[in-house]
Design a protein around this ligand. Structure first.
Ligand code: 1CP
Length: 343
């Protein structure tokens, strides 16, 4: 079988068209997902390998995307580390960890045994996917630290920065534990058969360039060095709102950098350097624009990426839950048609 388009693009090989998948492509905007979700809580879905594998395949069947991402959540590792985790209507809630004792009490889990449900879901999804590659993932240490310190979602990241600025040792200790835990989780997913990995640093954009370099980058470098991919499993490093420090992000390593829409993709690529692939970067809300406008915006991203080997088309962040499915279908068709190198 030929190597799939998505993986070839991750390795910056020439491809006949630009591969496309969407962050958060499995989820609440899909009717098939809501159907499963009516009968099971989100946590049940994540922990039931058969259901998780089924939901993973839904967008592949519905939209012919070029990669699947395993259905799970970045916060499940925090539960394995000993933090109480609950998914409520208002979003994820965790027991806040803000003290040296709290950090001390967190364990670095053995993902191979403690997240067995995820690894089994990967094996099952792989069996059903055929030639479509499967992406495994984890939250980046900073994004996970922010959920643990805040106790959930945050707008200001007040508690996170307060801990970082007033107790840098405690903050660093927490980042170190999360880095070890995430490395173990990613390596276990390679072992289970993931074809590529993505690390989500969704909230790192709240930091100044100097603070990123000082408090986050050393841990990201260690994380990337700890991934035992043997040069066979590409690693995508997604950063949201990090336009102020993309050069530092690239110093972490990895194979592909994922960027949001606030930076033009050609400028982002020049700044990280062409030894990286790049993923992105359509505004997710462009899916609410009229057909003609959506097409113009897809064309713009493709023109900026200029068929340079190493571009993977994606949104700049996850699909919004109110997105009509037919718009996602149209987007995937547009990328396929407009990026075809023979056209
Ligand atoms: O009610 C429901 O059905 C649960 C909603 C939901 C879903 C569908 C949550 C809770 N997580 C997920 C799945 C999920 N989360 C996936 C797999 C699905 C796919 O991508 O196809 C992935 C990759 C994630 C990753 C994730 N979870 C991130 C990083 C990506 C991003 O959007 O920035 C983050 C920040 C989370 C935390 C989280 N978990 C769930 C929600 C609603 C959130 C975000 C809350 C917030 O804004 O803080």
């Amino acid at each position: 079988m030929p190597e799939p388009l998505f993986l070839r693009a991750c390795w910056r090989e020439e491809v006949e068209r630009t591969p496309v998948w969407l962050m958060r492509q499995a989820g609440r905007y899909m009717r098939a997902y809501r159907e499963v979700r009516r009968r099971h809580s989100f946590m049940e879905l994540c922990k039931n390998p058969r259901l998780a594998a089924e939901v993973t395949l839904q967008p592949v069947r519905a939209f012919r995307v070029d990669a699947a991402i395993i259905f799970s959540d970045i916060l499940l590792i925090a539960e394995c580390m000993g933090a109480r985790l609950e998914y409520t209507r208002a979003g994820p809630k965790l027991e806040p960890v803000r003290t040296p004792e709290g950090v001390e009490a967190l364990r670095v889990p053995d993902a191979g045994t403690e997240m067995g449900y995820l690894l089994e879901a990967i094996r099952l999804a792989k069996q059903k996917l055929g030639n479509t590659p499967l992406i495994g993932f984890a939250g980046a240490p900073f994004t996970l630290a922010s959920y643990l310190i805040e106790g959930g979602t945050s707008r200001s990241f007040m508690q996170t920065k307060r801990l970082m600025f007033t107790s840098p040792d405690t903050f660093s200790e927490l980042m170190g534990k999360l880095t070890s835990a995430v490395a173990g989780l990613l390596n276990a997913q390679i072992e289970a058969g993931a074809d590529a990995l993505q690390v989500f640093d969704s909230w790192v954009g709240c930091l100044s360039p100097g603070d990123y370099e000082r408090y986050v980058l050393p841990h990201m470098k260690r994380l990337m060095r700890s991934i035992d991919s043997r040069g066979e499993v590409p690693v995508i490093h997604f950063v949201n709102q990090a336009g102020g420090f993309l050069e530092s992000v690239s110093q972490a390593g990895g194979d592909v950098v994922g960027v949001d829409w606030r930076v033009p993709i050609d400028i982002a690529w020049r700044r990280i350097g062409y030894s990286f692939g790049i993923q992105g970067n359509l505004d997710p809300l462009a899916l609410f624009a009229p057909d003609r406008e959506l097409e113009l915006r897809v064309r713009e991203v493709l023109q900026r990426a200029a068929s340079r080997p190493g571009h993977i088309f994606n949104l700049g962040h996850g699909v919004h839950r109110a997105t009509p499915e037919r718009r996602v279908r149209l987007l995937v068709e547009l990328v396929r048609r407009l990026s075809s190198r023979s056209a």
